[in-house]
Design a protein around this ligand. Structure first.
Ligand SMILES: [Zn+2]
Length: 481
């Protein structure tokens, strides 16, 4: 597989480029959806092709093709070079400064005990429909749905520095949900089996059935739940709920390409300017946010990025203080770092790599602390579980997040579900209001499979995580009257 990719790099070198890399990708996906007692769709795709990126006099050129032979490789390199030459004419400020990296030869394979593409469609249908059956036993539940998503990406990467890298990564995701209908209201409650770089072995039918019964009962309970109170309250977030808040208010806010203005027209910039490195109090001293592209089964763990840089682990926020960003080889010089953090990923053979959020999680508390103890210290507050609607502004500063299951806390105990609760805050205000997070026994990972960024849009995946965490005096508002 490497031969033609090397041929592409050699051809680009002869044309006078400073650097070139070539990637071949085979992407297989399967998505199975169920609705009530039937499968509603099953789609499968197998998509292969290669892309060549060249850096010429400080300017990029990129071209790609689904046809993989010597003649096509020649054509694609010539097109990438033409684009780079044209781009070089319009350069300002000397162009791309490319961070050095050791040329590695390595192969990475994610853990996958049961290849999901070898599991029969009957077994997948059985898992989903059995779960729907359990949810529909609840008389208030009028619709039960679920899906399974499997993805396998095989990748071969070569560059002009001599790197020869290959990876084989299988990812799985599943969600089931129940919709309960009442007299004048309907409510949805879901369970996300944590998405990860694992195979079908991560899904156990017994667990699906237990969760199906729970979400059906809670969808029904949400129908008669009272509307959330409004005002300042102490809140507790579970791992899944906080994962989305970490993603939006820390993950996207600390992508260095966004900070430097490369993403502004698509999804906004960031308030985390470079003068904040090592100085800015992002959160309280309980807040350490760790980036880790070596995390076992993490969705962003793929051995190396599409700049040819291996996965790394570093602190984005340490004891509350902002440390550094997620970067790629093109961006590290902007903050005086000599080496890339290895975050540049492309979602397809026809996409260019861009800086993506790494696996990023809140470190658990150092002292023993259970969720019951965490809640016991709240007189009147709210407990947020799971992901729901959210919004965040174009500087990743002002936000609001809901929860898929929200409970009222009174005198240190969860007392009943609430409807339409949202917590609203500013990123540093929120993280500085964190006064405790449970210990490592309660820490859980949660995956994001559909993170959108770039123009044209690219979809990336990464893992977040946290233990249940408490925030003091957060503004609670309602999503409806
Ligand atoms: Zn995202």
């Amino acid at each position: 597989m490497f031969d033609l990719l090397k041929q592409a790099c050699d051809a680009a070198t002869k044309e006078g480029c400073q650097f070139a890399d070539a990637r071949y990708l085979a992407i297989r996906k399967q998505r199975v959806l169920s609705r009530d007692l039937a499968l509603s769709s099953c789609a499968e795709s197998d998509d292969r092709g290669f892309g060549v990126r060249v850096l010429y006099q400080g300017a990029w050129g990129f071209a790609s093709s689904p046809t993989y032979n010597a003649k096509e490789v020649e054509k694609v390199v010539a097109l990438a070079m033409r684009i780079a030459r044209a781009s070089a004419m319009a350069l300002r400020e000397g162009g791309v400064k490319w961070a050095p990296e050791e040329a590695l030869k390595l192969a990475f394979k994610s853990k996958c005990d049961q290849d999901p593409f070898k599991v029969s469609l009957e077994d997948k249908a059985d898992l989903l429909i059995a779960s729907n059956q359990v949810m529909l036993k609840n008389k208030s539940v009028k619709r039960a749905q679920g899906y399974l998503l499997f993805k396998r990406v095989q990748r071969w990467y070569v560059n002009t520095e001599g790197a020869e890298l290959e990876s084989d990564v299988t990812s799985s995701e599943s969600v089931i949900w129940a919709i309960a209908v009442g007299k004048d209201d309907f409510q949805q409650r879901n369970w996300q089996a944590p998405a990860s770089n694992r195979g079908f072995e991560s899904y156990r039918k017994e667990e699906f059935l237990v969760q199906a019964e729970r979400v059906a009962a809670q969808a029904e309970e949400k129908l008669s739940a009272k509307l959330s109170p409004e005002g300042d309250f102490d809140i507790v977030t579970d791992s899944e709920n906080l994962s989305l808040t970490i993603h939006e208010s820390v993950g996207h806010a600390t992508e260095l390409d966004r900070v430097m203005g490369y993403e502004v027209s698509m999804a906004g910039s960031s308030f985390v300017t470079r003068d904040k490195i090592g100085e800015f109090q992002y959160g309280s001293d309980k807040v350490t946010l760790m980036a880790d592209n070596t995390l076992e089964n993490g969705l962003a763990t793929q051995g190396f990025d599409d700049d040819g840089v291996p996965g790394q682990r570093w602190e984005i926020v340490k004891d509350g203080v902002f440390q550094t960003y997620s970067t790629g080889r093109e961006f590290s010089h902007y903050i005086g770092e000599e080496r890339s953090r290895g975050c540049c990923r492309a979602d397809h053979w026809s996409s260019i790599p861009i800086v993506r959020i790494p696996n990023l999680f809140l470190m658990p508390g150092k002292e023993p602390l259970s969720p019951d103890e965490l809640i016991a210290d709240i007189k009147h507050g709210l407990y947020f579980e799971g992901m729901d609607s959210f919004s965040i502004d174009q500087r990743r500063l002002n936000f609001q997040f809901g929860g898929n299951g929200v409970w009222e806390i009174k005198k240190g105990k969860k007392v009943g579900m609430l409807k339409a609760a949202l917590y609203q805050s500013r990123t540093p205000t929120f993280w500085n209001a964190c006064d405790a997070t449970c210990d490592k026994n309660y820490w859980e990972p949660h995956g994001v499979m559909q993170c959108g960024k770039g123009d044209p849009l690219q979809i990336a995946q990464m893992t977040h995580g946290a233990a249940p965490t408490r925030f003091r005096k957060i503004n609670i508002c309602r999503g409806r009257n």
